[in-house]
Write a protein that binds this ligand. Structure first.
Ligand SMILES: NC(=O)C1=CN([C@@H]2O[C@H](COP(=O)(O)OP(=O)(O)OC[C@H]3O[C@@H](n4cnc5c(N)ncnc54)[C@H](OP(=O)(O)O)[C@@H]3O)[C@@H](O)[C@H]2O)[C@H](O)CC1
Ligand SMILES: [K+]
Length: 474
């Protein structure tokens, strides 16, 4: 089945996958020169609009990224925009040599730092294989400092495409990065993505790669069916624990994003009585074994404020054997291991510290990219994993990967994880699909943070989740 173009354009490719995609287009009858023309013209048009008649300097390297630079320069020149090319190295590929010949404007050789308004970095793209040598680092830094705006084409030079690792210290900050053909891992991976400024993508006709990670797009939420009632919309049970405030935060969020009924299940009636009640939240106290055996439960959440003692461990064992779709967060992740098999579709939501604990428990090596680590845990634990951070990743046990765009850095405060767990659990109660619920929850979390602006509390974040959902109703 042909996928809509926005789905294809949300894929995130490795350098090897990008080369395979390029080979496929060439095998289909396009030349590399023709692809470069489409890519360079597309990027050139973004640059032309950004420059709006101001002077542009294009730094060109030896490979096809440099070739793109000559196409961009030609596009600008044809539209009457002042442009200078700085050739850091002579072009070395056939397509780049061809693009160089077609550019009839001003080319200098890179020994002098020229100044201007917009600097376009076409030194290296996905072919970068090692750190920039001193002279090229000084050139790219000097040119960036001598211009008002810096635009990276495909990737900022010095950033490794597959890992997002900067191969040099002190690389310049970009205002815009224009990806060519498809997103690369680095565009959505820390720390690289924080260096890229505004991200844009030029479509050159790349088709969908099987199993490639995709970027998290805005979900479409449905209003409840005309004949809906609270149980059909989903009963979510949130198991409370030693610190009930955390589960109240989860519930506050969960109440706003779809579940028809959210119940706080409390093992200790004295503690439950201490918690300031939310009028819309039903709290029941009793033995957790009994409370989670309610056949109407559509999903369970365990972990926020749970504690890590023997009682907490018993509650974890009870919940995971219950067979109801479950979200495990926070303390539950510190107690989980291969000795506690997951009997139902489960979502794990570790941050970096909890991820390290899970890797120890499941005897997984804690090396490689976050993407590889999340995939390994999802496979081993047979669960959907949301590896939280500025660049959250969602992976299911079959290896499907969704990468979330970088969210507000104001989310780095206590309690926002409890909110995320509540959002995901609420969506899980609605439809029971783990990957979808995890993606919807992560999206709602990021969108609620955006709506809150700077310096919000986790309770304000939870309150904003309903507005986030309202903005994405089908
Ligand atoms: N893939 C596509 O569909 C299209 C891609 N386009 C553009 O092409 C680049 C990738 O081009 P490529 O030629 O593979 O790579 P680069 O231009 O990034 O540079 C490769 C050359 O640079 C040398 N190199 C690598 N690292 C360094 C370094 N640190 N210092 C000095 N020289 C370096 C490398 O030499 P090696 O010794 O490593 O072999 C190469 O000579 C992609 O990013 C897009 O911009 C097309 O235009 C459109 C289609
Ligand atoms: K570049």
């Amino acid at each position: 089945m042909t996928q809509p173009r926005d789905v294809t354009l949300s894929q995130i490719l490795t350098v090897a996958q990008m080369r395979a995609a390029e080979d496929e287009l060439v095998a289909g009858g396009l030349s590399v020169e023709a692809l470069m023309e489409v890519a360079g013209r597309g990027a050139g048009e973004y640059v032309r609009r950004l420059a709006a008649g101001r002077s542009v300097t294009v730094l060109c390297g030896p490979g096809n990224n440099g070739g793109d630079g000559y196409v961009i320069a030609r596009h600008l020149m044809e539209h009457g925009n002042p442009v200078t090319v700085v050739a850091a190295r002579e072009p070395a590929t056939a397509a780049a040599i061809n693009a160089r010949h077609l550019f009839e404007g001003n080319v200098t050789d890179g020994h002098v730092i020229v100044s201007g308004d917009v600097f376009v970095d076409c030194l290296f793209g996905s072919g970068l294989s090692r750190a920039l040598p001193e002279d090229l680092l000084a050139l790219v830094k000097g040119l960036s400092a001598a211009h008002h705006l810096t635009v990276a084409v495909d990737l900022p030079s010095g950033i490794e495409s597959d890992s997002g690792a900067p191969l040099n210290h002190d690389l310049p900050q970009n205002d815009v990065t224009i990806a060519l053909g498809a997103w690369k891992q680095a565009h959505w991976t820390m720390p690289a993505c924080a260096n890229m400024g505004v991200l844009r993508l030029v479509d050159i006709g790349v088709t969908l790669r099987q199993n490639a990670p995709r970027l998290l797009l805005r979900p479409r939420f449905q209003a409840p069916a005309p004949d809906a009632h609270k149980y059909r919309r989903g009963l979510l049970g949130i198991v409370s624990g030693a610190m009930p405030g955390a589960s109240i935060l989860s519930a506050t969020a969960a109440l706003r994003v779809g579940a028809g009924y959210v119940k706080l299940l409390h093992p200790d009636s004295r503690l439950a009585a201490c918690v300031a009640p939310l009028p819309e939240l039903v709290t029941t106290a009793g033995a957790i074994d009994d409370l989670v055996s309610d056949p109407r439960l559509a999903a369970l959440l365990l972990g926020p404020g749970l504690g890590r003692d023997d009682t907490a461990r018993r509650h974890l064992e009870t919940v995971v054997t219950r067979g109801v779709p479950t979200v495990l967060d926070a303390d539950a992740l510190m107690l989980l291991g291969p000795d506690i098999p997951l009997k139902a579709p489960t979502i794990l939501t570790p941050h970096e510290g909890e991820m390290a604990a899970l890797e120890r428990a499941f005897l997984l090596p804690a090396n490689g990219t976050r993407l590889h680590r999340a995939k390994a845990l999802a496979k081993q634990a047979r669960a959907t994993v949301v590896l939280k951070g500025p660049d959250s990743i969602v992976v299911d046990a079959s290896g499907r990967v969704v990468v979330a765009p970088r969210a507000s850095s104001w989310l780095s405060s206590a309690g926002t994880g409890d909110v995320l767990a509540g959002l995901i659990a609420s969506r899980l109660a609605v439809h029971g699909e783990t990957l979808r619920a995890a993606c919807e929850g992560v999206w709602l979390h990021g969108e609620a943070a955006r709506l809150c602006g700077p310096a919000f509390t986790s309770n304000e974040l939870a309150q904003a989740a309903g507005r986030a959902l309202a903005g994405a109703l089908a």
